[in-house]
Ligand binder design. Structure first.
Ligand code: NDP
Length: 248
């Protein structure tokens, strides 16, 4: 019997990178997966692959910055499968730039997705998990939730918020048998940096990580699966995970 047989896992930001790998990893452990993101085609490719290897999955198109859509995502999971055991709040954007550039639309987007989107999905999931008497919420933060660098002030601000929210949730929900895990990856090879619009920052990012072997999405999916497959009495609170050769 696989470790997550009978469990239902919702993964946000499942159309690429860490979320995509996590959906596959949790499905491989037996979980029924609800894969959410905005890009429907990419979700279809993912569900095709999971089904092809015998997994159980549906995709739900969802923009987590829309509170109603985030709530509907959790409701849909419960309607389809009767429960929500695991929520992986993974959807995120990293639009690095110096604050003096005043890219306020990008600041808003980062806070909307990384912080508010996480809260909207979490709020809805808590209602279901409380009724079940158990649940596990896994929030994807970052090394940037512990370290601040120039051009990363706002992104770090969102991930600092994720860490604070996660600790608040942990204390609020422990009597409800709801576990909270925060995962803080270093550099992972995904589409995340491809949305940065400041060319100087793009070049600096390439210089910083071009000469070391960074992590693959599966590496973080492995850490998430580890947390999700512990016995119910064990709450893995925090996982900080860097490429071996990443200094800070
Ligand atoms: P990707 O860009 O590959 O994936 C980001 C995912 O978030 C996509 O599936 C995207 O889907 C989704 N997303 C973005 N905006 C929204 C939205 N409004 N509503 C719903 N989904 C949304 O990057 P990663 O896999 O790297 O990022 C995943 C998480 O990991 C993020 O929280 C990121 O901050 C964190 N992280 C990544 C690191 C790295 O080095 N890659 C390091 C540390 C943390 P779509 O566009 O289809 O909606």
């Amino acid at each position: 019997m696989a470790k997550l047989d009978g469990k239902v896992a919702v993964v946000t930001g499942a159309s690429s990178g860490i979320g995509e790998a996590t959906a596959e990893a949790l499905a491989a452990e037996g979980a029924t997966v609800v894969a959410a993101a905005r890009r429907e085609e990419r979700l279809q490719e993912l569900t095709g692959r999971i089904e092809g290897s015998g997994g159980r999955v549906i995709s739900v198109q969802c923009d987590v910055t829309d509170e109603e859509q985030a709530h509907e995502l959790i409701q849909r999971a419960e309607q389809e499968f009767g429960r929500v055991d695991i929520l992986v709040n993974n959807a995120g954007v990293m639009l690095l730039s110096k604050i003096e550039k005043g890219l306020s639309e990008q600041w808003r987007q980062m806070f909307d997705v990384n912080v508010l989107g996480l809260l909207y999905a979490t709020d809805a999931a808590i209602q279901v998990m409380k009724r079940q008497g158990a649940g596990h919420i896994i929030n994807i933060s970052s090394v940037a939730g512990r370290k601040v660098r120039p051009t990363g002030g706002v992104y770090s601000g969102t991930k600092w918020a994720v860490n604070a929210i996660s600790e608040g949730l942990r204390q609020e929900l422990l009597e409800d048998n709801i576990r909270i895990t925060v995962v803080e990856p270093g550099a992972v090879e995904t589409e995340l940096a491809s949305h940065i619009t400041d060319e100087e920052v793009v070049q600096e990012h390439k210089r910083r990580f071009g000469s070391i072997e960074i992590m693959q999405p599966e590496d973080i999916a492995g850490a998430i699966t580890y947390a999700a497959t512990q016995p119910e009495r064990v709450s893995v609170n925090e996982i900080l995970i860097r490429p071996t050769r990443q200094a800070n």
